[in-house]
Design a protein around this ligand. Structure first.
Ligand SMILES: [Fe+2]
Length: 151
């Protein structure tokens, strides 16, 4: 069970603390899917895991968009469109009845695309923008957090 989880890696930290914490929470939420024992999972439990992840992903995207807008991020519209694609893809997975193992596999794809690839390829551009604009004071790494491996 444990080995199926999608592990957070400090390489995924973009250095903007509030956003990093939200990303970590998304990892925790999706991993709930791989924590429950297969024969014990009920439809209700499965639904609540998927919907909590989906709700929080939307909340997070919204907050990230507000943040980008607050710093005058120049690629806000493109970034928003990417968020919408991820939301649509997730909705297509959640709304389609499927067996648990299929859902788990599809959610791995969601996690890979929405969490890992999106963070590494797109969210890191927000940090580059801050550096370009000399706003790098916004970039705060909480060293103690990284050393202790806390969430
Ligand atoms: Fe994003």
């Amino acid at each position: 069970m444990e080995e199926q989880k999608i592990a957070w890696d400090d390489r995924y930290a973009i250095g903007i603390e509030s956003l990093d914490n939200q990303h970590k929470k998304l990892f925790r939420l999706v991993n709930r899917l791989y924590e429950v024992e297969e024969h014990k999972i009920t439809k209700e439990r499965l639904k609540s895991i998927l919907y909590e992840f989906s709700d929080y992903m939307k909340t997070h995207f919204h907050e990230e968009e507000e943040y980008m807008s607050s710093i005058g991020y120049d690629k806000l519209q493109e970034h928003k469109a990417l968020h919408q694609e991820l939301i649509d893809y997730l909705a297509s997975v959640i709304n389609k009845p499927a067996k648990l193992d299929i859902i788990k596999t599809k959610m791995k794809i969601v996690a890979k695309r929405a969490l890992i690839d999106h963070i590494m390829n797109e969210d890191t551009k927000i940090k580059l923008f801050l550096i370009e604009q000399n706003l790098e004071d916004e970039i705060i790494f909480d060293i103690t957090d990284i050393v202790a491996g806390n969430e």
